[in-house]
Design a protein. Sequence first.
Length: 229
Amino acid sequence: MLHKDKTNNFSVMAFGLSLLATVFAGNTASADSVISTIKAQPTIPATVRGPVGPIITTPTGAVTFEFTFGLAGGAEGAYGMLEKYKVRNPILTVRDEFLKGLKSDPGLSNFKVHASYLDRNQAKRKNLKNTFKEPYVLQFDPGMWQMIYFLGNWKRYWSQYIASAQLIRTADGQKIWSGNCVVKKKDKKTAPTLDELKTNANGVFSKWANESGPECAAQLLKKFRKDNS
């Protein structure tokens, strides 16, 4: 069953902008301090908020696939589409690729994947100390995955994936480092219709998901290396 609300195209995009503003807000430590802090920790949990799926914005409002194809997706969005098409949640790929990059360069290998998703309340910075005993947590937030029609062609769709990574001190919820990514899939020649998107025609949904994770991780790694060089 599709669930529709009155959120229009512009309000959803405004939410994305506000998310980016939130990511950039707050103080971060100096480059030397961040690297030294990480190296001094025996273990830093790497966590993910979720599960979160895409919002498909139509000309008449936002469509969130809360119970797509009979699969419960929760209030966060189209998790059912990921289940239906056996697609790995992009934020998990973001986490894994980012950690792989940190391990190879600059050689930081003391991160440990926390296998379970954190819900919205658990993932709040001030609440991390209730779940983890470690002094620091590296948290990945999927932010928003929006599939939206072209303004000049309402029948065709493109994808925008926004996510962030934050190194957080659990004692007070302070961000020690943070970065964000924005991945757009906006090829007009291969842009699907709404029906093609929902049915994963030509694997378009799978392709967007599978490509967004690694591209996001690459952006985050670039920022981490730049901030801490």
